[in-house]
Design a protein around this ligand. Structure first.
Ligand SMILES: Cc1cc2nc3c(=O)[nH]c(=O)nc-3n(C[C@H](O)[C@H](O)[C@H](O)COP(=O)(O)OP(=O)(O)OC[C@H]3O[C@@H](n4cnc5c(N)ncnc54)[C@H](O)[C@@H]3O)c2cc1C
Length: 474
């Protein structure tokens, strides 16, 4: 194979590593969704923010696009590149010591959250919000939102950032915060990487207690669960809240003209408090007023183990082979008032088999806990996250697709706002609908900081965007 004539020119410009298609690993051609398989022209692993700026300058000179990639745990047309540069940020994972007061820490954009959690553990410091999956990068979750079990108190991960260094689509390196270059700051949080590449973030920290106690409650009635979820959010006593819908298969019934397995659904609700070992929680006092169908289990764990509690689950998905399936997750933030109707209209016909290697999430949340401009959510104080997260064998994808398309549309019609790292295949009208009155500011941000549509093409159909994968000029 002839050597790409731009290869050496690009490599000469940076300290990091450039690779060409003959060196790519198949995983670099897709993401966790496994829905699209695109081949970049180069994969670049930058060594520094200077490298990132040099790559942007190079791309501009040669008419190449840049798609930014963290751990590629998103789906759809994110973190993959069709003929452009795939900028693989996990090569930039330096963690500086926290500031002396323990309130903030500076990290590079490619830092994996799990590495940060472990680095901070000896000082009992934690970022206020952590995602269930800790193998993702700081830049990757800030660009999407970043939700976790504490979001009902602290909002998105983006709500817990003090300052960012961003390399824009024009190649400028800009430091921004809530006051300085604030449009770029807010535009980089839940902005899908469309304005710039986050090379450094100053993240908030909080002090965590060394132990956690989790109460495993089970509900047999959605509305009863919702009532208690709201009470739990408002009680001010819980540190982490997590819930699901869990199927108990019953047999088959006709659904859309075919007999299909159906389930009776139950609602596990896990409520967690942090504590010092010398001052254990008072179980009766904490649980007073809650009305579960059953109380199954109480689990005491060191806080670090609690934060890493999902690692064995994801390992099981990997060992079981479902990690490599198609993932077309439909995750929606619903208005509280319509959550029960929406969930009750979906679950009775949802075949439990779609949840092998996946699950159905229910996340009680407070809309008022976030100030993020581009993390779209319904109006109102109380919100409910509803996520149907299937793992579909590739040969069944076309069969499953209409169900997931309909599910996504239904949740949007019920007033929900979709979480954008999942299965999104929208035309411009639906993007406009999603962003509502933020669509114009979002497009203006793109025009200002990435006027030539270099960054992350192929996902958001900006009015003047160049189509994804347009070959380089030379
Ligand atoms: C098993 C599993 C569990 C999950 N659980 C949660 C959860 O609990 N909460 C939650 O919120 N999400 C969850 N997610 C979704 C996941 O957090 C998001 O997909 C996240 O974006 C993944 O981060 P990443 O590093 O893999 O980013 P990627 O998938 O690589 O990239 C995502 C987006 O960020 C952009 N990007 C990446 N790095 C940068 C950067 N440095 N600067 C600017 N833009 C950048 C990319 O261009 C892309 O648009 C889960 C995903 C999986 C697979």
């Amino acid at each position: 194979m002839a050597v790409d004539r731009l290869y050496q020119l690009l490599q000469n410009r940076i300290e990091g590593v450039v690779s060409t298609p003959d060196q790519f690993h198949p995983a670099q051609l897709t993401n966790f969704g496994n829905l699209y398989h695109w081949t970049p022209r180069f994969v670049v692993e930058p060594a520094s923010a200077r490298d990132v700026a040099a790559v942007v300058a190079f791309a501009r000179e040669h008419g190449l696009t840049i798609s930014v990639r963290g751990s590629a745990h998103s789906q759809s047309r994110l973190a993959i590149s069709n003929g452009g540069i795939l900028l693989s940020m996990t090569s930039m994972r330096r963690i500086l010591p926290p500031d002396p007061s323990g309130r903030t820490v500076d990290v590079e954009g490619g830092v994996i959250w799990r590495d940060l959690v472990r680095a901070l553990a000896p000082r009992h410091l934690v970022p206020p919000v952590l995602t269930n999956n800790l193998s993702v990068t700081v830049g990757g979750t800030l660009a999407i939102g970043g939700l976790g079990l504490t979001s009902f108190k602290y909002g998105t991960q983006g709500d817990n950032v003090q300052e960012l260094d961003v390399v824009t689509g024009t190649g400028e390196k800009i430091t921004c915060d809530r006051k300085r270059n604030s449009d770029l700051f807010w535009g980089s949080l839940a902005g899908l990487g469309q304005a710039g590449i986050i090379t450094r973030a100053r993240l908030d920290l909080r002090k965590a207690k060394p132990m956690t106690r989790t109460y495993y409650l089970l509900y047999d009635d959605l509305r009863g669960f919702l009532e208690d979820a709201k009470a739990a959010m408002e009680s001010g006593v819980w540190d982490h809240l997590e819930s699901w819908a869990s199927p108990c298969p019953q047999g088959t019934k006709p659904v859309a003209g075919r007999r299909q397995v159906f389930a009776r659904w139950f609602y596990p609700f896990h409520l967690t408090v942090e504590f010092d070992p010398e001052n254990p929680p008072d179980d009766a006092k904490l649980l007073r007023g809650l009305k579960p169908f059953d109380r199954l289990y109480t689990d005491d764990l060191p806080t670090i183990d609690f934060l890493e509690r999902m690692i064995p689950v994801f390992d099981l998905w990997k060992r079981g082979g479902t990690w490599g399936h198609v993932h077309a997750w439909v995750e929606t933030v619903l208005p509280w008032e319509r959550a029960a109707d929406c969930i009750e209209s979906v679950l009775p016909d949802l075949p439990p088999s779609v949840l092998v290697g996946g699950h159905v999430l229910l996340w009680p949340a407070k809309g008022t806990s976030s100030r993020s401009r581009f993390f779209m959510r319904p109006p109102g104080e109380d919100l409910m996250g509803f996520g149907v997260l299937p793992a579909i064998p590739p040969r069944f994808w076309e069969q499953a697709r209409p169900m997931l398309d309909n599910l996504g549309r239904l949740t949007e019609l019920m007033g929900g706002k979709r979480y954008l790292s999942g299965y999104i295949d929208w035309d411009e009208d639906r993007w406009r609908e999603h962003f509502g009155d933020q669509w114009e500011p979002y497009c203006a941000l793109k025009r200002k900081y990435d006027p030539d549509s270099l960054l992350n093409p192929g996902f958001v159909p900006f009015p003047a965007a160049r189509p994804a994968g347009v070959p380089a000029a030379d």
